[in-house]
Design a protein around this ligand. Sequence first.
Ligand SMILES: [Fe+2]
Length: 237
Amino acid sequence: MTERLYFRQWLSGRDYAEGDEVAKEMRNFAYAIGDAVTGEAVLVDPAHAPGELLAFLAADGMRLVGIIPTHYHADHIGGAFYGGHVAGIVEVLAGAVVPVHVQTQEAPLIEHAVGVGVPPVVIHESGDVVMVGEIAITLLHTPGHTPGSQCLVLDDRLLTGDTLFLKGCGFTGRPECDGHELYRSLHERLACLPDSLEVFAGHKYALERSATLGDVRATNEAFEALGADEWVRRFGP
Ligand SMILES: [Fe+2]
């Protein structure tokens, strides 16, 4: 599959949305995953300057066929953000109505945040596979940072959103967060995945832009062998 995989990673405020202070400060990664043979692609977390991301796709000869948000936060899907507005999936959908693939638990949060519901939202359960041409993307429900956070597995890659960064993990300080669920997501739900996967996170909180899951497990304190309660005390709000 690798030879036909189309994969792009863009850093906000640097690779796109240049000059946007919010985008620069947030250091979000947006991604495109597609099939280079069929020319189909999905955008993952297209926030800040989605028009630029669509232009990147067009320049590469790719056609948008879907959106996969890792979770509902405005720096990933757009919406109201600390008194301002971040552009995101609403602006993408204004140009082309495509499916928005989310976990069951995230759907109401996305509808509340940006007013996008079913359809174009398509509700998924953990383990569902989204096909983009011949490229299979498996959606894993990894709650904790938000109730319906999801990680994406494709080929030899793992996209983790705000569930896991190369250093640290997503915060659990909001009412809908659940530290024990995040502990289970990191230490149990992702435990079956091989060390060889390359991890691509939702923010650039490390010098590197990606690392193997084996390296992240070995160096990230969020994988320290603590009991759940101690882990939540350490990493909770
Ligand atoms: Fe987040």
